[in-house]
Design a protein around this ligand. Structure first.
Ligand SMILES: [Zn+2]
Ligand SMILES: [Zn+2]
Length: 617
């Protein structure tokens, strides 16, 4: 078995030095292989000899002997890194090519940026194989999209909209941050995609969730017809079938959730990220990544235009050097901030509810209320198992932390004095405050309609076709400040702004806050997060986590401390759990490469056991 020498030739340079291969080129001779071992300590290419008869090339899945075993791996390309002894690739496992050179460039970037094994990144970049689907591989020329048009074309009326459309028509690398006016997210996306397709290139639209089908996804798929496909949900077979069809060139537009960012589309012209600040765009499992960053990297590698679209883009988007595409005139409903009245019912809100013809009431808390005191022993209420908060929900008291049945930590009784507050309680008082039907948010979540008042939390705020409500109420916004996570205020504001936009056509918004001067509340009033972001960026910098700076949580053995300090990070926080040392390392973007090399070499020595990117958000 051969291996790259440490500090050996950078495989990217080898690839770059050679002429790009046609995607189906058959290789022979020494090739570098990424073995299917998802471990940082083995995260480097190994050289093997590939026989021409195997008809394999870049992206082929093969079998190789590795440490005395038969192991799968992927062909990365020809190599000039020749160890003295080379073993042979024993078998080609599949006729499918799982990536081409351009996609490999993106996957290598991910492996470096997130300090994740290349094997994990490759495995994550396509759905699990369903072998029987490979035999039925179809390939077809992409359907025509000529003559298609969207009903409305709002982008031309946006500030910088004409320049944006011109970039799409011309084709080329650029980044835009787009803030849609209320109700215009879907039509803007459809218009952008059609402009890109008209230019002969393909487009990718990324949505944070797919249940129910987002209005943006529906609008784009409707606009592009047979040229588009939804790549989200479905069973294993269906997902793999769709991926093979995309790779076979059947589509020119893919709409999907996180994994769709790796769709094997060729001649990519546009990557559109819908609801960019939504937490669904972050992968919580290894390899941890954010769709925004991967999409921007892909757009850079393939010369495409990236669009970050959100009612309230993230702080990370705010620090990008991107052109802002924003409504040219005020397109935001009037927002009134009132002090919460008795039990969170301001008189202004009650009178608005009496005359509403359709409203959404946002309440972040679940249930009917929280247990305050044990009626048997008069001690403050706390969970007998874990000491957590006890909540009354659906008629029973249970622990909000461990989920156990609610029993007093002091005496074991289960009779509590309840402080009322939460969506069930709001539903109760709403049914007396309005003549309309009151509905809690259902599963699956349905859009609010005229003729009813819907109560819901963050899970009820989805990408719905504009419901044109006359009232949206935001209750308990002040709780957002006490939520954990550095981005909690930003996340809350994103949800409020999406909900508020439902009143964007002649409706109004009432916010009940005891701190009306707060930056997030003021952003909601203005319908513009720019000032909020200025506050937020300063706050994050002061906390040691400037936006746009990579952060890693590194776990490992004692002895890690000097190695981490040696990196001269922007900030370094250390804790330990049992015998394990845990570091939170903030780096300047240009330090990530060096950090990754140190982490991999420490993983080989057994000093680093785990690396996780962006755990603080
Ligand atoms: Zn508990
Ligand atoms: Zn008690």
């Amino acid at each position: 078995m051969g291996g790259d020498r440490p500090g050996g030739r950078d495989p990217r340079r080898v690839l770059a030095a050679n002429r790009p291969l046609t995607p189906s080129a058959i290789l022979e001779g020494p090739v570098s292989i990424c073995v299917e071992r998802q471990s940082l300590s083995l995260d480097r290419p190994f050289t093997y000899l590939l026989a021409k008869e195997l008809e394999a090339g870049v992206g082929s899945l093969v079998k190789v002997p590795f440490h005395g075993r038969d192991v799968r791996g992927w062909v990365l390309g020809p190599t000039e890194d020749l160890p003295t002894r080379m073993l042979e690739v024993t078998k080609r496992v599949s006729s499918v090519r799982f990536f081409d050179e351009a996609m490999l460039g993106l996957l290598r970037w991910m492996s470096e940026r997130y300090v994740a094994p290349l094997a994990s990144v490759i495995l994550h970049s396509h759905p699990p194989r369903v072998v029987s689907e490979e035999q039925a591989a179809r390939s077809a020329p992409p359907p025509e999209v000529a003559g298609r048009s969207v009903g409305t074309k709002p982008l031309g009326g946006y500030r910088n909209g004409p320049a944006f459309l011109e970039t799409l028509a011309r084709g080329g690398e650029a980044a835009f941050v787009h803030r849609p006016a209320p109700g215009e997210g879907p039509s803007c996306a459809a218009e952008g995609v059609l402009a890109c397709l008209a230019n002969g290139r393909s487009a990718l639209v990324l949505v944070p969730e797919c249940e129910p089908l987002p209005a943006t996804a529906a609008a784009v798929l409707e606009a592009v017809g047979d040229a588009g496909v939804l790549f989200a949900g479905g069973d294993k077979r269906e997902r793999y079938r769709t991926w093979l069809d995309i790779a076979g060139g059947r589509y020119r537009c893919v709409v999907g959730t996180r994994p769709a960012v790796f769709s094997p589309l060729t001649s990519l012209g546009l990557v559109w990220i819908s609801r960019e600040s939504h937490p669904g765009h972050r992968e919580e499992r290894s390899p941890h990544y954010h769709v925004r960053e991967v999409a921007l990297a892909r757009a850079r590698t393939e010369g495409a235009t990236a669009v970050i679209s959100a009612a309230c883009p993230s702080a990370e988007a705010a620090v990008l050097d991107a052109v802002q595409v924003t409504p040219a005139t005020r397109a935001w409903p009037p927002v009134e901030v009132v002090r919460p009245g008795t039990e969170g019912r301001a008189p202004r809100l009650l009178s608005a509810l009496r005359s509403t013809r359709g409203a959404f009431v946002f309440e972040p808390l679940r249930g009917y209320g929280v247990a305050r005191v044990c009626r048997a022993c008069s001690e403050p209420a706390a969970c007998a198992s874990c000491g957590g908060l006890l909540r009354l929900e659906s008629g029973r008291v249970s622990c909000a932390v461990c989920g156990g049945v609610g029993r007093c930590a002091n005496c074991g009784a289960s009779d509590f004095g309840i402080r009322r507050g939460g969506r069930e309680r709001v539903e109760e008082w709403l049914s007396r405050a309005t003549a309309l039907a009151v509905r809690g948010s259902a599963t699956p979540v349905e859009p609010p309609r005229r003729g009813e008042v819907v109560v819901g939390g963050p899970e009820a705020v989805k990408d719905f076709a504009d419901p044109k409500l006359d009232l949206v109420a935001i209750l308990d916004p002040d709780l957002a400040a006490s939520r954990p996570g550095l981005a909690s205020a930003e996340r809350a504001l994103g949800v409020w702004m999406e909900a508020a936009s439902w009143a964007g056509h002649g409706g109004r918004v009432i916010v009940q806050s005891a701190e009306p001067g707060g930056a997030a509340i003021q952003a909601l009033v203005a319908g513009n997060p720019e000032r909020f972001h200025r506050h937020e960026l300063l706050r994050r910098e002061a906390a040691g986590f400037p936006a746009g700076f990579p952060v890693f949580r590194v776990s490992g053995g004692a002895g890690l401390a000097p190695e981490m300090e040696g990196l001269s990070p922007v900030s370094l926080l250390a804790t330990s759990v049992d015998d394990e040392a845990i570091f939170l390392v903030t780096l300047r973007p240009e330090q990530v490469g060096a950090f990754g090399r140190v982490a991999r070499s420490l993983a080989e020595k057994g000093l680093v056991t785990r690396v996780e990117a962006e755990p603080h958000l």
